[in-house]
Structures are given as structure tokens and as C-alpha cells.
Design a protein around this ligand. Structure first.
Ligand code: UT7
Length: 334
């Protein structure tokens, strides 16, 4: 018997049907399929279409599937945390809206904003609730409708992002498996390189903020690229060292999907085989807080009880870090 652990007992994700291909992007901005593939690894991404549909739609679809797949009564869920930077609105929070849409009448919820690292921060937070012994079923979601903050006239950003949502169920178990450790960081000096300025309390929405395109994501890609490689590599190294693990002990790295070249560089730096890095950026692009749970969902069938996983991310803030998980079940049993 081990101590009380927060164990991921189920994972699910949802991506919208509409596929935006590199070819279609060629009709919108001065870009080409070859540049996008070679510089980022992205081939297509999904977009959520439809009037009045926000991130809670992506989160709710992922959660409804999770409840069904795990046989969980929505009334038994204690807490839902939604990591997102594209909340439906300033308030109420998207977690509370999602709880309402999915019938979780007894749950409380809140959003967590840490950009592309949001799922790591939310999973660490959710695990602490579960480990306390007071919360039996906690759902952690990463969901973003990035198309809502994309400038489809800016080729440097609109080719990168997509929409999607993923969710995991955390439950307490006396187990050697589950959430083992995490190392998380933030540094506000990164604000200048990656942000969306308009619509917050510093620059409330006005005609001027709209005219100046301040309601779109801004990114200065090169410094972010360098910081992402350094941040993910160093947090993984530190986490391995802290837990007396070597790269050989790790079955999979499940990383945030921002750029395939970043993932190659991180694997090189760690001397970790790229074949054991989960990569699906070609299908979905960068879905911000959703990349890791979508990737876990796609990799679930390959995962085995006892596998050591490292989740890692880097994003706006800057925020970054890594989580060490011992996976608790054989994926092919599902
Ligand atoms: O998830 C949050 C964290 N975000 C990241 O980790 C993203 C990190 N950054 C990146 O992944 C890369 O910096 C980008 C993919 C955003 C850009 O790739 P890059 O290799 O850094 O390109 P660049 O911005 O240095 O631009 C190189 C050239 C420029 O042309 P010149 O000045 O050399 O003539 C750009 O204008 O590529 C041009 N370019 C494009 N060309 C065709 C930029 N975007 C495009 C495009 N199509 N879409």
C-alpha cells in the first residue's frame, strides 16, 4: 500500500469538426504549406464555428464524454478546474458555466489562467485537493478557443493555433501510482513577448483598442522559442534529478505542442529519444491549455500501468514547468 495519491482514472478530449488546413490558410495570408510544415510541424488545426459558442462548449463536450466513459454521475463531482486564456467571458468563470452545462450541480468550480502551462498548473492544484482526502472526484480541464483571439491577417500567429479541449478525472487512491511531483515557474518579464493586451482592466475595450488590434494574441516568436526550449528542458532535468530518475526511466514525455522544432530541441538537450515524445501538433496545432490533455487522450491506448510520464509546457507569462506522473492503468483496457 502507498500513500493517498491523486490518480488520473480517465481522460477524454473534444476537438471541433471544422478542419482549417494549411492550404486554406494560403488563401487568407501570405504563407505556404511548406513553410508551415517545416517551421512548425503543423498540417491542420480545428476551429469551433457557430454563433455564441465559446470555450465552455469545448470544455463541456470533453467533460460529458469523460463522465460517460468513466461511468461517473455528474452529481458526484466535487470540483472542476478549467485552465484557459479564452474564457467565455470575464465572468462568470468558464468552469462554473461548464459545471452547469454538464449537470454537476454539487461541484464548485473556478478558472485558472496560466496560458499554455495552464493544464500543468491546474492539474497540480487539482491533485492537492484530492490528496487532502476531502475531495473524491475532481475534474481538471484544459480548453481554449484560440480562434477567438487570432488575427487572420497576421501570418506569424494565425497559422499556429487551433481550438480544442481535454479533461481528466482525478480520484484519491491508496496507490503507488498517480501524481508524484511537479516543478512550476512564472516570470512576468515574458509579458512583452506573448500577450493579448486589450479588453482587460489595463486597456478596457474601446474603439481604439479594436482599431489597434489589441484584442488579438501578439507573439514575438524567436525569444519565445528560445525560452521555451530552455524552460521545458531545465524543468524536466530538475524534476528528474529531484526524483532520482534518468531519461531511461521515462516511458513518455507528453509535452505542450507549440512547435515540433521546440520538441526536437528539448529531446536533443535531454538526450531523450524523440520516439518517446508524444507529438500530435500536425493535427491540431497549438490549442494552448488543451494540448496536453488532448495528447494524453490520443496516447491513452499506448499507456501502461506503472509507466512514468513527464508532462511539460511553456507559455505566456512566461509560465513553464513539468509534472511527474506514474500512470495507473492499461490504456487498452478502455
Ligand atoms: O505556446 C506558447 C509558446 N509559443 C511558442 O513556443 C512559439 C515559439 N516560437 C515559434 O514557434 C517560432 O518562432 C514561430 C513558428 C512563431 C516562427 O518561426 P521562426 O523560425 O522563429 O520564424 P521567424 O519569426 O524568425 O520568421 C522567419 C521568416 C520571416 O521572414 P524574413 O524576415 O526572414 O524575410 C517571417 O516574415 O519567416 C517569415 N514568416 C513566414 N513566412 C511564411 C513568418 N511567418 C510566416 C508564415 N509563412 N506563416
Amino acid at each position: 500500500m502507498g500513500s493517498l495519491k491523486a490518480v488520473i482514472t480517465c481522460v477524454n478530449a473534444y476537438v471541433p469538426d471544422y478542419i482549417l488546413t494549411n492550404k486554406e490558410l494560403e488563401t487568407l495570408v501570405d504563407t505556404n504549406d511548406e513553410w508551415i510544415r517545416t517551421r512548425t510541424g503543423i498540417e491542420e488545426r480545428r476551429l469551433l464555428k457557430g454563433e455564441g459558442k465559446g470555450t465552455s462548449e469545448l470544455a463541456s463536450q470533453a467533460v460529458l464524454g469523460l463522465l460517460e466513459k468513466s461511468g461517473t454521475d455528474p452529481l458526484d463531482v466535487d470540483l472542476i478546474i478549467v485552465a484557459t486564456v479564452t474564457a467565455d467571458m470575464h465572468f462568470p468563470d468558464t468552469a462554473t458555466i461548464t459545471a452547469h452545462k454538464t449537470g454537476m450541480k454539487n461541484a464548485f468550480g473556478f478558472d485558472l489562467s496560466a496560458a499554455c502551462s495552464g493544464f500543468l498548473f491546474a492539474l497540480t492544484t487539482g491533485a492537492r485537493y484530492v490528496e487532502s482526502g476531502n475531495y473524491k472526484k475532481v475534474i481538471v480541464v484544459g480548453a481554449d478557443k484560440m480562434s477567438s483571439i487570432m488575427d487572420f491577417e497576421d501570418r506569424s500567429t494565425c497559422i499556429l493555433f487551433g481550438d480544442g479541449g481535454g479533461a481528466v478525472l482525478l480520484e484519491p487512491q491508496e496507490s503507488p501510482y498517480g501524481f508524484m511531483d511537479s516543478i512550476l515557474h512564472s516570470d512576468g518579464a515574458g509579458e512583452q513577448y506573448l500577450h493579448m493586451k486589450g479588453g482587460g482592466s489595463r486597456y478596457p475595450s474601446t474603439h481604439e483598442t479594436v482599431d489597434k488590434k489589441m484584442h488579438y494574441l501578439f507573439q514575438d516568436g524567436r525569444p519565445v522559442f528560445k525560452a521555451a526550449v530552455k524552460g521545458m528542458s531545465s524543468s524536466i532535468s530538475a524534476l528528474l534529478k529531484k526524483n532520482a530518475l534518468s531519461p531511461d526511466d521515462i516511458s513518455w514525455i507528453i509535452p505542450h505542442q507549440a512547435n515540433k522544432r521546440i520538441l526536437n530541441a528539448v529531446a536533443d538537450y535531454l538526450d531523450f529519444p524523440i520516439e518517446r515524445v508524444a507529438i500530435n501538433i500536425e493535427k491540431y496545432g497549438n490549442t494552448t491549455a488543451a494540448t496536453i490533455p488532448i495528447c494524453l487522450w490520443e496516447w491513452e491506448k499506448k499507456l501502461k500501468e506503472g509507466d512514468n510520464l513527464i508532462l511539460t509546457a511553456f507559455g505566456g507569462g512566461f509560465t513553464w514547468g513539468a509534472i511527474y506522473i506514474k500512470w495507473a492503468y492499461n490504456g487498452n483496457n478502455n
